[in-house]
Design a protein around this ligand. Structure first.
Ligand SMILES: [Zn+2]
Length: 78
């Protein structure tokens, strides 16, 4: 009996993880912009400059980045 219970528990947990993942992707909350601390330009994850050495500042929205004095990259246009 306890074995069956364990399976149910892990099944529930994996469903919960999937649900959280899907809902966060759907709302776009996982999108994190990277700001270049040197040039004050920020990039979206698909940009080739996203993981550059100086792109260490993280923003959860483009509004945050603009408020912090950063401007959108001309390549990825975040
Ligand atoms: Zn970019």
């Amino acid at each position: 009996m306890s074995h069956n219970r364990q399976i149910k528990k892990s099944l529930f947990l994996s469903l919960a993880v999937i649900f959280l993942f899907v809902s966060s992707v759907a709302t776009g909350k996982t999108l994190i912009y990277h700001g270049n601390v040197d040039s004050h330009i920020f990039h979206k994850p698909s940009c080739r400059y996203y993981n550059c050495k100086k792109c260490t500042k993280k923003f959860t929205s483009r509004e945050d980045a603009i408020e912090a004095g950063y401007r959108p990259c001309k390549v990825c246009k975040p």
